[in-house]
Design a binder for this molecule. Structure first.
Ligand SMILES: Nc1nc2c(c(=O)[nH]1)N(C=O)[C@@H](CNc1ccc(C(=O)N[C@@H](CCC(=O)O)C(=O)O)cc1)CN2
Ligand SMILES: Nc1nc2c(ncn2[C@@H]2O[C@H](COP(=O)(O)OP(=O)(O)OP(=O)(O)O)[C@@H](O)[C@H]2O)c(=O)[nH]1
Ligand SMILES: [K+]
Ligand SMILES: [Mg+2]
Length: 464
């Protein structure tokens, strides 16, 4: 194990969010061989309460030397191996805020524990075989989920819905490998190898890998979401659109062109996809120093966004200014928002919509009247091809690391097929088959390097 994961000794950390003056309960979690001894040193349970596994004790936390009262608390005892880490675990459930809980943590550290590294509890759960790597990654995803759908997908992973098929595919590869190796070692004693059945087995495995790979885009969307920038001339109603969409007064709206000077952000969820919306300063030539900087930021936001909502004013039609901005953003994924349709009659707005050839994706809104938001969301979901994503798979979704390993496994298996087709010696078949087995093993963690573990577990917060 690497230095930061020299995961020995007893570890302790605050397991709940640390917010001053807030939170009704805060938990200090301790894991390792000294956990029980630490609990017995700090915790006093009045009356005849049993210090048994999976029981909650009521009592007081006191300084072991001075006997000073630190908190009134509950203690949860979970003896190995029936715990999150499979080690002895105790949890001090303290009052919220940060003072009492930090004092309790400090006492744990002074009495036999050290501060846990980020993800170290979960790392121990992995090293002790309670979780595989996909499940550990799912825990990080669950904590980081920005939408209920993202949380559902993480829970599916935690339930082993990815680990199970991956382990199955790896076991199939191992079976094929054993078949081939037996022929290498004891050729004369065995019936000849059934090439056809091996080829079709590998085809089946490859097809399943392809199916799993199809969940990658969905995973990416659910985990990281989309960055959407609202861009256009001053006064077309960009800030009004942000406000209508986020049902808030997040951005200042006035009838003065040049109202928005800086990028204004809002978070929302559309069809399970977390979306970060950026309202930007209206783009125009200006002598105003502050506005100039704002316009520059608008351009940068448009370039950094996954999707641009290029907004125009239906009353003004497609102006020269619109054309100039469009020329700058047209290479980006884009939806044209024709706003203020309430200012023109329906035929005029429909005309405008059909006259504009590009972009293809166009919607009509009246932001100040909260109209057109449904159409906007539908257009966005169509743009990210959510239908395809939903069809890709029920509830699981792979991440980038898993996708890279699956791609490697697929390439190796295609290599095996090529080797068979060229009728190369059996030793050659096994080389690439081992490559596939290795790649699949990296996903679940049956074969994994220290640096991969470092990368995965350092994403966690302290106490997880
Ligand atoms: N107070 C508290 N709440 C929590 C956690 C925790 O550690 N502490 N969890 C932590 O993230 C989650 C629950 N996850 C857990 C998963 C497994 C075990 C556990 O003890 N598993 C044992 C045996 C269970 C049994 O006796 O059947 C095992 O799997 O061996 C505990 C919590 C969410 N809520
Ligand atoms: N009639 C009508 N007026 C609108 C609509 N949307 C916005 N407005 C008005 O247009 C004016 C400008 O709106 P803003 O949302 O500030 O426009 P903006 O594009 O953010 O402007 P800048 O930040 O200055 O670039 C305000 O007076 C809004 O009330 C709409 O759909 N219909
Ligand atoms: K304005
Ligand atoms: Mg604005």
């Amino acid at each position: 194990m690497s230095e930061i994961f020299a995961t020995t000794g007893t570890i302790a950390a605050i397991a709940t969010a640390v917010v001053p003056q807030q939170g009704s309960v805060s938990i200090v979690r301790v894991s390792g061989s000294q956990a029980m001894a630490i609990a017995q040193m700090l915790f006093h349970a009045p009356g005849k309460q049993a210090w048994e596994s999976h029981r909650i004790l009521y009592g007081y936390i006191r300084h072991p030397q001075t006997q000073q009262l630190i908190d009134e608390a509950l203690l949860l005892v979970m003896q190995a191996p029936r715990s999150y880490t499979r080690e002895d675990v105790v949890e001090f459930h303290c009052h919220g805020g940060i003072i009492a809980v930090q004092q309790v943590l400090q006492l744990c550290l002074e009495n036999g524990a050290r501060l846990a590294q980020p993800g170290e509890f979960t790392l121990r759960a992995f090293l002790n075989g309670r979780l595989d790597l996909t499940q550990a990654e799912s825990i990080a995803d669950l904590v980081g989920a920005k939408s209920p759908q993202a949380a559902q997908t993480a829970l599916a992973g935690l339930q082993g819905k990815l680990a199970y098929p991956i382990r199955q595919l790896r076991a199939n590869c191992l079976d094929i490998l054993a078949e081939i190796e037996a022929r290498i070692d004891f050729e004369e004693d065995l019936p000849p190898l059934d090439d056809k059945s091996i080829i079709s087995e590998i085809d089946k495995i490859t097809a399943e890998i392809t199916q799993l790979l199809a969940t990658r885009d969905k995973g990416e969307l659910l985990r990281t979401g989309l960055k959407v920038a609202i861009v256009g001339r001053p006064n077309v109603g960009k800030s009004s659109l942000l406000n209508a969409w986020s049902r808030s007064d997040r951005a200042i709206v006035t009838d003065l062109p040049g109202t928005t000077r800086d990028v204004v952000e809002s978070q929302l969820v559309v069809g399970g996809i977390p979306i970060q919306v950026l309202d930007t300063a209206g783009i125009r030539e200006t002598a105003d120093q502050v506005e100039k900087i704002g316009v520059e930021r608008s351009r940068r936001a448009a370039n950094a966004a996954d999707l641009v909502l290029f907004t125009i004013d239906a009353g003004a039609g497609w102006t020269e200014g619109d054309q100039e901005i469009y020329a700058q953003v047209q290479h980006r994924p884009l939806i044209l928002v024709i706003n203020k349709v309430d200012l023109v009659d329906e035929t005029t707005s429909k005309d405008l919509q059909s006259k504009i050839q590009n972009p293809k994706s166009k919607i009509l809104t009246a932001a100040s009247q909260n109209r057109g938001i449904d159409d906007l969301e539908t257009a966005i979901l169509a743009k990210v091809k959510l239908e395809k994503i939903q069809a890709a798979d029920m509830d699981l979704a792979i991440n980038q690391r898993q996708a890279a390993a699956l791609t490697q496994a697929k390439i190796s298996l295609e290599q095996v097929q090529a080797t068979i087709a060229q009728q190369l010696p059996l030793d050659f078949w096994t080389i690439d088959l081992r490559g596939a087995i290795q790649a699949l093993g990296e996903i679940t963690g049956e074969e994994v390097t220290e640096s991969v573990l470092d990368r995965i577990f350092s994403r966690f917060c302290i106490g997880k």
